[in-house]
Design a protein around this ligand. Sequence first.
Ligand code: ADP
Ligand code: MG
Length: 947
Amino acid sequence: MTTPAYRNHKQAVLQALHTDRANGLTSTDAAARLNQYGENALAATPPVPAWRQFLATLKEPLVIILFVAVVLAWASAGYDFLVTGNQAHGMAAIYESIAILLLIGVNSALGFWQAQRAQKSLAALKTMADHHATVRRDGEWLTVPATALVPGDIISLKTGDFIEADVRFLHVAELQTTEAHLTGEAEPIQKQTHAITAEVQLGDRTNMGYSGSTVVAGNGLAVVVATGMHTELGQIADLLNQVKQKKTPIEQTIHALSKKLMVVAIAIVFLTLGLELFKAYAATGTLSITAAAEALSTAIALAVAAIPDALPAVLSIVLTIGATKLAAARGLIKSLNAVETLGATSFIASDKTGTLTKNEMTVTRFFAGGRTYQVEGNGYEPAGEILDAAGEPTDATAYRRFMLAAVLNNEAAITKDDDGTAKPYGNPTDVALVVMGHKAGIDRDQLLAKDNDLDIEIVRVLPFDSTRKMMSVVIKDAGQYQVLTKGAPDVLLNHTDTVALERGLTPIESARAQVEQQVLAFADDALRTIAVGLRNIPEALAKQGTAAELEHHLTLLGVAGIIDPPRPEVRDSVRTLHQAGVQVVMITGDHAATARAIALRLGIVTDSAARVIEGAMLEGMDDQALYDIVPAIRVYARVTPAHKQRIVHALQRHGEVVAMTGDGINDAPALRAADIGIAMGINGTEVTKDAADLILLDDQFTTIERSVAAGRTIFGNIKNFMRHELTTNVAEVLALLFGVVLMTQGVGQVSATTPTLTALMVLWVNMVSDALPSFALGYDVPEANLMQQPPRDPRASILHGMLGRILVRGTVMGGLVYVAFLWGAHAGMSAAEAQTLGFLTLVFGQLWHVFDARSTRTLFARNPFSNGKLVFAVAFAAIASVLVTLLPFFNTVMGTAPLSGQLYLAVAFLPAIPTFVLSGLKELIWALWPARRPYAKPGQPGVPARD
Ligand code: ADP
Ligand code: MG
């Protein structure tokens, strides 16, 4: 196109793009254009190639230590071959180096594999959260991924949508967009469809929409003129930096912890080296190279022992698995951070309509012309009588004007499915009014049809917005312009001059009380109320007037009472959440009495006089006043989205972790402010989905409850495997340190410088007998009392409350390993046999301990077989660890030696004793002093948790 689209008439733009406004592109044409122009996406920076990701895993500190060990082993082998001539010893060192290399390979492969897998799952989740666009192809409206848009596509836009490409508007209804990302101008811009003859700046091209803009009001129709890198956004895309994947708080904690442990490890290594060399010198009077090599190998074993190398890998796997599982349960998490925060959620502020209720709205009663009527019938079928107060069928004359206004001021529709069932389109509130009209024989399409004796035409639409709480249309009825307005009765009444009552048009002053009483009567029955009014206006006002000018001096025609049944399963979810110490708050634009009545039915409040805070009251409160009352309030009514943000902030000041739902565009700031922003997957706007951390794919409140439980499960599992991992590390380090410090002279065949465990034994423990069960802990099922404890304190360290337990268990286990080793030496065993004894004691000690670690309480609190993966991992680790002591190859490589049958039995079962005894002691203490029990027993909520 030579002339830019904004300077051309829209017809010319359509022609130039070879497209058709009524039918859009054909799907074949669209596919061909997609081929030609490419995907509608900004060019991403190329991903880091796999081999570089793999190399990155080799840069880990642990791996470097292992490489140093390999070099040392080679040096030692060389010394043997060339100087001492001890071929067997030299070969052993070579085997050791090969084994270490193998382990480096396995470790790196595991790290690499988990990184790949995490990336893939996250990418899959991201695609699910991708932007979509509504496009007309082959004459049908479709929802397609935004990447599928091509120049020439006809798209429809409504409030809350992102504009996904550069477009030229064809039709607009009060459409406003923000283009701050391109122009820096934050104010919304009113769009129009006429060609602009002069050459103007981007910000003044009011007939164009730009990729990355949001529609903040109104709706419209547009044709795509540019996609992908050809859009205005694409021109500056280089300036937009790729956002880096942030580490979650737990990942950060663990990263920091690993660094600290590195320092500890290095310190221990030098200490050991010094001590061992001193010991060797004291024993022999000289320093041999062999002694130095032995001291080094102990030091290396210690370094390896001190680093919980499996933690980072297991951690991101657990988080990713959690997010994937949650998505299957209809909760789409957009970042791993959110998984963690979900588990700490203490307040859930939820929209009422559609989340707590079904959003299947039906008018059951209405008030018009001073009388009330009942409407029968369910669902969207036109069947259902309209009865008067005496229960007699009525004819429509008395309330016809009310119905006409309700149906004309409305964008919803009912269509017939292929099988003849009625299907609603549009906003459920409007749908309810359309169905009501059908029951009275009034149909919008018939009213507007050209072939009847009416002459009604819709001139303008001022769409509903939740801040104004009104919607209007301007119509031309037989030459007379009228504005039809409907909305929240309390709002509408403030713009009303007269009310149509039985005695005729009555001034608002004398009619107000009657109307308000009627509204309250509906609201107390949990009905949503909508008032309908109209006003005759002159042509100039009709064409030019703003919403504020038009929605004034109305005549009130009536009020509809709409039932929106609570979702039946929500009551149970609310109860579960209350037991879990999570408060549920209802936020709605509806009337206070409607809100309270529904809250009562759902168990959100139990007192029929529960305090309800209304938006107007919030306006009158400063932040301090709101802060003072916010913890006690469970229902907010007649609020606007701006209030939501204040509620979030007030709760957060109390230290609460707040989850907030939203569906409209104005909710986005509140969702961003909340710790967990929750968007509706079905009814939510694109903008809110973009701002959210969690998307409810099914729009259901129960999914929030499940997400909180999942967040807690994941966090609990992470704690459990950290507890296990760290206990093992403490045990390994102490077992070796006891040897270094306490073994001052040789015992039997075992020399003073022989380490309790060989470096390869420690490696084996870290990578096989410890890593596999830890991994399985990450998959564990939730503990039975998970949702009966209060939420955790988000500021407390993940290690809070576990350190004592880790140190006690670690010390006992490490001590036991050293004792086993020493016992072997005293019994006259060879060094290899004594070390094997220590090794197996450690392995089995761990394998028993893992069942204890998976419970926040004690070993006895959980069925050991409820995690099949764990049982399998433990069995595998046990058998493999015994095998490496039996097979000659491993004997040579790892320095193990076969033991007698009795000893195998002893090392398998004796290490269980401390675990059982310590757990038993704890249970005993809690039985004697119940107040010391940190956790409530299932079914007894209210006892605060300590970790
Ligand atoms: P919520 O989403 O919490 O139900 P809304 O902002 O949708 O709150 O609605 C607030 C009030 O606005 C309703 O109680 C009703 O009176 C009015 N209202 C809702 N939808 C419409 C609509 N489509 N047209 C006119 N008024 C409406
Ligand atoms: Mg709503």
